[in-house]
Design a binder for this molecule. Structure first.
Ligand SMILES: [Zn+2]
Length: 472
């Protein structure tokens, strides 16, 4: 007993001796924390992987980063990041993102996906249990990210529906962050099947992240599609997050936001997100480009499609040729005023929907967050800096049910983004999407600097898997 007391006293003494020294101190930055409303010059002390102190007086650190003149914000959380490779994680970190999640399409099987990234990732990562990948596997579709043939062209048999449900359920119970769903990509999935998956989400208190059944103004269009997911959420009690509202609703976005707001006022747990661009992107080989796509995309034509591989605009002839091969195509369909209005709506979170593949893809993969902060906050004053940060940090953290993320608070995970508000800007373009954002000065993931003095740090992997908290 006595020995124990002596040992304990020794530990306490040693602890007290270095209690005032932190591993990293972010000194004298303008700390902006939308969760608490804090906006003031502070020093932030980090110990291990956690924020340990927020102080108006100087802190001692083994490593001190001078943040004078810079904004110190919670690291950005991207709820919609298809790019889950080292290449993508580098572009995310340079855009201020500390957690990148594949929630829309999701993955299957779940444990293998997490295992492949554990101990190797620059930033935090995670995924939902995906209806689409389960469907691709069960129906032997030849698609990779998105279905291309079997899962598009024929209805699933009752046995295939059952097997798909079982795969989704298993992935959810293995720690996936909810259920991912892209109904438009499996257009023959019945309303009953989708309703059953909402029931599963409700049972497990998990969130459904959904790319809805239809978009655009022509019925069946975005209004019907939004009614489906609101009705399913109401009928089952499931929580639902509608992805990329502007690319689905286009000019109908204000109407859809009023529907979402009304549903929320009546107790439905529904949220949404957007990316700050006037074009979407998806696979030209997918069901999105079935007969009648021009009207469904709000009245666009071949020339509004841009082939990601070469940057060329399409014609009827190249459309037919490339659709057979499949590949990413930008869809220039969203009016600028829709982007600007929607970004200012307090309901709407920021998420990228990005993926880069050997430098090819949509600029949103590299530039989403810096573009909001530079173009829409600093240049256009479409929203305040604090409101923009809220949409990138505490709102997605709350959607995930993670009180330790998206905050500058004592005890929170030390995921922090430090940027220069006068310089932050996106550089990625449709012609050359693989360009790092500028003005992101320091990024810490679980207390480790992954961007230092504006440069990526090589040879480290502090990113941790993000799994679903167990809800009782
Ligand atoms: Zn989508």
């Amino acid at each position: 007993m006595r020995a124990v007391i002596i040992v304990l006293a020794g530990v306490l003494f040693a602890f007290a001796g270095r209690a005032q020294e932190y591993d990293v101190v972010l000194a004298n930055g303008r700390v902006m924390d939308p969760g608490s409303g804090l906006d003031g010059v502070r020093s932030v002390g980090i110990r291990g992987a956690k924020i340990a102190a927020i102080s108006e007086t100087p802190l001692q650190g083994r490593s001190v980063v001078d943040c004078a003149g810079l904004v110190v914000a919670p690291g950005f959380i991207d709820l919609h990041s298809h790019g889950q490779t080292p290449e993508n994680y580098r572009f995310k970190a340079k855009d201020g993102v500390t957690t990148a999640l594949e929630l829309e399409v999701g993955v299957s099987p779940v444990p293998e996906w997490y295992h492949a990234r554990e101990g190797k990732a620059l930033i935090n990562f995670g995924a939902t249990s995906g209806h689409i990948p389960a469907r691709i596997a069960v129906m032997h579709d030849s698609g990779t990210l998105l279905p291309r043939d079997e899962a598009v062209n024929r209805a699933a048999t009752p046995e295939e529906v059952r097997q798909t449900y079982e795969l989704v359920r298993t992935g959810l119970d293995e720690g996936a962050l909810g259920i991912g769903m892209g109904i438009a990509y499996v257009p023959l999935a019945t309303r009953e099947e989708i309703l059953q998956l909402f029931g599963l989400a409700a049972e497990r208190k998990a969130v459904i992240y959904v790319h809805m059944r239809n978009g655009g103004p022509v019925e069946p269009g975005v209004v019907d599609a939004l009614q489906e997911v609101i009705a399913d959420a109401a009928a089952t009690g499931a929580s639902v997050h509608v992805v990329h509202i502007t690319s689905m609703a286009i000019r109908e976005t204000p109407l859809c936001l009023r529907m979402i707001e009304g549903a929320r006022q009546r107790g439905i747990d529904i949220t949404t997100e957007m990316y700050p661009y006037t074009a979407g992107m998806t696979d030209l080989g997918s069901a999105i480009f079935a007969e009648g796509w021009q009207a469904k995309q709000g009245g666009i034509g071949y020339g509004d499609l841009q082939w990601a591989l070469t940057g060329e605009r399409l014609t009827a002839e190249t459309f037919a040729r490339y659709r057979k091969i499949g590949g990413m195509v930008a869809i220039h369909s969203i009016p600028e005023e829709v982007v600007r209005q929607t970004i200012a709506n307090p309901l709407v979170m920021i998420a990228s929907d990005g993926i880069l593949n050997n430098g090819k893809g949509h600029p949103r993969a590299a530039g989403t967050y810096a573009r909001v902060l530079g173009r829409y906050v600093r240049e256009q004053h479409a929203l305040t800096l604090m409101d923009a940060l809220r949409k990138m940090t505490v709102m997605p953290a709350d959607r995930l049910g993670m009180p330790n993320k998206g905050r500058i608070a004592v005890g929170a995970d030390a995921d922090v983004t430090v940027f220069d508000p006068a310089r932050v800007a996106d550089k990625a373009t449709f012609e050359n999407p693989a360009q790092y954002s500028q003005g992101i000065s320091y990024v810490l993931v679980n207390g480790t600097l992954v961007v230092n003095h504006g440069e990526l740090v090589d040879g480290i992997a502090p990113g941790q898997p993000v799994r679903r908290p167990v809800v009782k």
